[in-house]
Design a binder for this molecule. Structure first.
Ligand code: HEC
Length: 154
């Protein structure tokens, strides 16, 4: 029994200890000139859908849930945000080369069509982030239209 108590005590110390190691939060109120909304015309319906379903992982401003105050959850979240932003960051979209913008727009359409984004592991806990058919269509239409206008004025 004593050994079990010791192990539990050590575990407790670790769990409490790691609470003090906090990743820097991905938060910024600033809308950069490179933000996708500054670069392209975007109807409010598309912007709202992207904000609710994508911005937490693909922009410079994550809205954190309360449980993000606890480790190791915050580290996992941080990882998701880092990986998501590396691949696609709507706050930097305007600074991408035209080629990269075109490829990301195409990728957005296919990810949404295949129900790969938003990540299913995310919508499981964030039901509000799941895209409705209507939202999917408006994002896809917008992405296709933007692709056409980008390709036609080289
Ligand atoms: C919970 C975090 C999260 C959310 C929410 C999320 N994504 Fe992602 N997304 C990621 C991660 C992580 C990756 C990188 C996946 C990989 O490397 O396989 C990614 C990759 C992508 C890519 C691939 C980029 C490339 O390089 O081709 C696209 C496009 C994309 N996401 C679009 C979206 C869209 C559109 C939404 C909203 C409808 C969305 N994502 C919501 C985390 C997220």
């Amino acid at each position: 029994m004593r050994i079990i108590k010791m192990i539990l005590l050590v575990l407790l110390i670790i769990v409490v200890g790691i609470q003090f190691i906090r990743p820097v939060r991905n938060e910024s109120e600033q809308v950069l000139l490179t933000d996708i909304t500054m670069t392209f015309n975007m109807p409010d319906s598309v912007l709202d859908a992207l904000k609710i379903s994508c911005y937490n992982c693909h922009s410079n401003n994550t809205i954190y849930p309360f449980y993000a105050n606890f480790q190791p959850v915050a580290w996992m979240l941080n990882n998701h945000v880092k990986n998501g932003k590396d691949k696609l960051n709507f706050s930097d979209f305007g600074a991408y080369s035209r080629r990269r913008q075109l490829s990301k727009l195409k990728s957005m359409v296919s990810q949404i069509q295949d129900d790969k984004m938003p990540l299913p592991s995310y919508t499981l806990f964030h039901k509000d982030a799941a895209l409705t058919e209507k939202n999917k269509l408006s994002i896809i239409n917008w992405a296709n239209k933007t692709t056409d206008s980008l390709s036609s004025n080289q």
